[in-house]
Design a protein around this ligand. Sequence first.
Ligand code: ZN
Length: 446
Amino acid sequence: RPPRSTLFPYTTLFRSCENSMQYNMWKEYTAPSPEEQLQKFRSLLKYVSANSPFYKQKFSQENVDIRSIKSLEDISTLPFTYKEELRDAYPLGLQAAPEEKIVRIHSSSGTTGKPVIIPYTQNDVDMWADMMKRCYELAGLTDQDRIQITPGYGLWTAGIGFQLGAEKLGAMAVPMGPGNTEKQLHMLMDLRCTAITSTSSYALLLAEEINRRGIRDRIHLKKGVIGSERWSRKMRTRIEEELGLESFDIYGLTEIYGPGIAQDCYLHDGLHYWSDLLYFEIIDPVTGEILPDGELGELVVTTLSKEGAPLIRYRTRDLTRIIPSHCNCGCPFPRIDRILGRTDDRIKIKGVNVYPGQIEDLTHRLDGVSSEYQLLLSRDGGKESMLFRVEVDNARDPCCRQMREKAIKKAFRDLIGISVDVECLNIGDLPRSEKKSKRVIDTRDS
Ligand code: ZN
């Protein structure tokens, strides 16, 4: 596979001196060995068998004998846990610790059906705070920073998670919550906040407002910890340029603590995850088989130390890969790739599963190829065909266009494993639409 280019070589070079000092802190940490992980996994199985009514029932229904788990490979024999099951456990069926140990709940907003309620013990809250603190440290933040927190508080995990980590770090948290842009801007200016935590769409909204008002020189932000939605690289670059900050991609989900279970470091080449507290697997979303490191698939998470509502092999439906190599930043924890989409977005082409996030990733790796594309799927007789139309630089030059078409075809073969027809267009030729779904036009069944 081609070498992965660093996202922001300029900011990386610029900040590497400052960061090398801050990254000495990782000397305190070591990532657990496979034996240590196995030991934690086995203790977890004992814990849930004794304390979790949810897993007691699930294990007896599915004939699980936890004594048969003797190696990390044996974990593949354990059943997955699905979001639907968590919903069915509403309201407190997941609770695995006695009432006096539970200190709070959080809940994922269910757009359809019942929400999922996750109970937390004090220990869970402390672990979560520690993970969030590590995330801030990956971003190079210290107790000298002032962090404006814009995601929502309440049942949702985001706001309070960012707050917990900021306090644990010793930084000054500015707990704004969402909305009220007027007040947000005043706080950013008057308190001279150095970091912001936000969703990508809200960061973009703030950036636009700051530029519209011409107050950029009164904003002192250096870092942005941004998460909770999948964002394109293009959006990320815009946020960085317009807010004048370095952004960090934080990942998490309410079912597993909340935000902060993984984040990128200043090298921006994948997200470190906390393997001492979480066990990550990548599986084929269709067959459920575990995939080797480096291969794209669905992320499955096991919480190794959670008490309130531990989860075993939870299917996140998020698409990523484990990055096999060690990161040069000094952080000993392993990495996953940024989230490339949801497993539900799958398109099946010529018997191969393709995800829109993979295509975006592919265009980003190629020089002179923009992220504006269209994918036309059609069937001619029994034969499926796929035309990839994409805007490229210098498309008017026939020689240049031919070269790019060849490179794109090769990338599809090498990275996704399918052959496609490619048509290179001038920048601006494709219709601009807000909805990404319009990019895939599938006429195979019509
Ligand atoms: Zn790193």
